[in-house]
Design a protein around this ligand. Structure first.
Ligand SMILES: [Zn+2]
Length: 273
């Protein structure tokens, strides 16, 4: 489970003010208690929208006695024909998360556990599906631009040598670099090993770092860029042997802000066409 999902789960769970019974259901004496019927008071999608979620997106239901939930039923319209059942991805006392089935329809939701079944009073609006995720991050197929606008060849990858957190891609000094996706400039600085670098952050919280730029990036922190916008030129500033782009891909919430570096090679290969 990615960090994005874990965070959205925690946030969604925290969004609900817990009723008094929530506290009573914890069992400080340690004795056996009869399982309680589940109760759902809120539904929050991974994009933080309440009672509205796309097919394929993760939905977190909050409430009470949800840790034993075995199935979440998307009831859809009247009758069982369009009902779709999802198994929980994660279940805790006050929150259970599921992926909205690809053919689920708008309607109420039922949670089912050994202790009983609860149907929400509100309807969930099910929106059309989100694109399949080919990387740990939400980048749709066909989206994005290769970060180097010119001839290039791949060098060391993630984990090559101690602490190498990205992929090196060699290109002629001065080859233009471009934003791979619509993004905001998160950082632009110089550092002794990274040299001139720029970090872009996409709306989903993921970050992409470009290092060893020939000169300081022609952008400012907070600038909003479109995919393909210039972000600098390939260089060898900092600790670099030969002009190359050192490229890092970080999961949300981003570069040195709680995200983690993932192997960017699959993404680069996909954009490299
Ligand atoms: Zn490198």
């Amino acid at each position: 489970m990615s960090i994005v999902r874990r965070i959205s789960f925690a946030v969604a769970a925290a969004l609900v003010a817990l009723p008094g019974s929530a506290l009573a259901s914890s069992n400080p004496t340690g004795g056996a208690t009869a399982p309680e019927e589940p109760e759902v008071v809120a539904a929050v999608c991974e994009d933080a929208t309440a009672w509205e979620c796309a097919r394929g997106a993760e939905l977190t239901l909050s409430g009470d006695s949800l840790d034993e939930v075995e199935a979440v039923r998307f009831i859809g319209r009247r009758g069982a024909r369009d009902d779709r059942v999802a198994r929980p991805r994660q279940a805790e006392d006050h929150a259970v998360s599921v992926v909205v089935p690809h053919d689920a329809r708008s309607g109420r939701i039922a949670v089912v556990s050994d202790a009983g079944r609860a149907v929400t009073e509100r309807r969930l609006r099910v929106k059309p599906g989100i694109a399949a995720r080919a990387t740990p991050l939400a980048i749709a197929a066909g989206e994005g631009v290769f970060p180097i606008a010119g001839r290039h060849r791949y060098g060391d990858g993630l984990g090559a040598g101690r602490g190498h957190q990205g992929q090196d891609v060699f290109a002629k000094c001065g080859t233009p670099l471009v934003a791979l996706l619509d993004a905001t400039v998160q950082h632009r600085a110089f550092q002794s090993s990274a040299g001139n670098y720029v970090v872009l952050q996409t709306a989903d919280g993921a970050s992409y770092a470009y290092m060893h730029l020939r000169s300081p990036a022609p952008v400012r922190r907070g600038d909003k860029l479109r995919a393909g916008d210039p972000v600098g030129k390939v260089g060898d500033t900092g600790r670099a042997s030969g002009c190359h782009l050192h490229f890092e891909q970080w999961t949300a919430p981003g570069w040195y802000e709680g995200g983690k570096a993932v192997d960017p090679l699959p993404l680069l290969r996909r954009l490299d066409r």
